[in-house]
Design a protein around this ligand. Structure first.
Ligand code: ADP
Length: 300
């Protein structure tokens, strides 16, 4: 089973011709409200593919919190680990331009109150999980507690988003660490400048994770491990409509397939199909494919 520990947000989305610069106001479309947050997205993406998935998260005792719980349950996610109260439900303010690129501001709200004690209280979920997938929209000390709570034979997958420096204990546990270009740059800092993505993957691997995946948007992804070296995973060619949540779908698919015993390269190839499918539709969770839709993609 897959356990996702992470954020659940209400995504408030406005379409714009051009994303605003500092000090600028632009007019946009009518507001749309969607269930989101990297944890919530990953859990729904995995469940939609057919993975047995549980979510450990915190939402507010408010309408957005109920919307998020409903959408998780509708997708088939086990929500016994979704805690209620402590702060308003997290919110993301998202603008999307015609090319599908987005800008996002997040109010963590209840996500910021998901505490190490909440992780310790969820021991039974950890024992039932082959793979635990986490992101950084929850407190870092909670992520550290996740690493300490892993069952001996379970695997830890981390997408460090939004990126920040990671304690060695967390880096070392990652199998894989999954980063896009922006996250790689923040984690590597200046040592990255002028180097190719293959080099980022190698330098990241040298920092201690058991494996690394670098996602490259329409260019696909790279997987890196000490045993397998650096391998390129091709993308599936699609017309991008909205890239919101593509990385979350990719990570969820990868985590699930690793839990079924697939190799990192095979799991990443599958995840690339799922990520590509996710960019062909608007929204995050609404854009996630079923297993059949992921298989069909690009076949015709
Ligand atoms: P993030 O959303 O975290 O920035 P990416 O944009 O790298 O992550 O997307 C994650 C994965 O989704 C990519 O590695 C790729 O497999 C797939 N993907 C994203 N954008 C596209 C695209 N335009 N065409 C095809 N696949 C894509």
């Amino acid at each position: 089973d897959l356990l996702v520990v992470g954020s659940a947000n209400a995504d408030l989305v406005i379409g714009v011709e051009r994303r605003p610069a500092a000090g600028e106001t632009v007019l946009g479309s009518d507001l749309a409200v969607h269930p989101g947050g990297k944890g919530g997205n990953q859990a729904v993406a995995a469940a939609r593919l057919g993975a047995r998935t549980a979510l450990l998260a915190r939402v507010g005792d408010d309408d957005y919190g109920r919307l998020l719980l409903d959408s998780q349950r509708a997708a088939g996610v086990d929500t016994v680990g979704v805690l209620v109260g402590g702060a308003p439900t997290g919110v993301a303010l998202i603008t999307v331009d015609p090319s599908g690129d987005n800008s996002i501001v997040v109010s963590p709200g209840a996500n910021g109150r998901l505490a190490p004690g909440d992780v310790r209280a969820a021991a039974s979920l950890f024992h039932a999980s082959r793979v635990v997938s986490t992101q950084l929209e929850i407190p870092l000390e909670t992520v550290v507690e996740v690493v300490r709570s892993l069952a001996p034979d379970s695997r830890f997958v981390l997408n460090p988003s939004p990126p920040r420096p990671l304690p060695q204990e967390v880096l070392t546990a990652c199998d894989p660490l999954i980063v896009n270009e922006h996250e790689a740059k923040v984690i590597l800092g200046d040592s990255l400048v002028g180097e190719r993505p293959e080099d980022w993957a190698r330098v990241l691997l040298a920092k201690g994770p058991r494996s690394v995946v670098v996602t490259l948007g329409a260019e696909g992804a790279l997987v890196a491990s000490a045993a397998g070296g650096v391998v390129r995973v091709p993308s599936v060619k699609v017309d991008a409509v909205d890239t919101t949540g593509a990385g979350d779908a990719f990570t969820a698919a990868l985590a699930w397939r690793l839990g079924t015993g697939e190799s990192l390269a095979d799991a990443a190839a599958y995840a690339a199909r799922v990520g590509a499918a996710a960019v062909t539709k608007a929204g995050a969770q609404e854009s996630y494919p079923t297993a059949a839709e992921a298989e069909d993609l690009g076949a015709g």
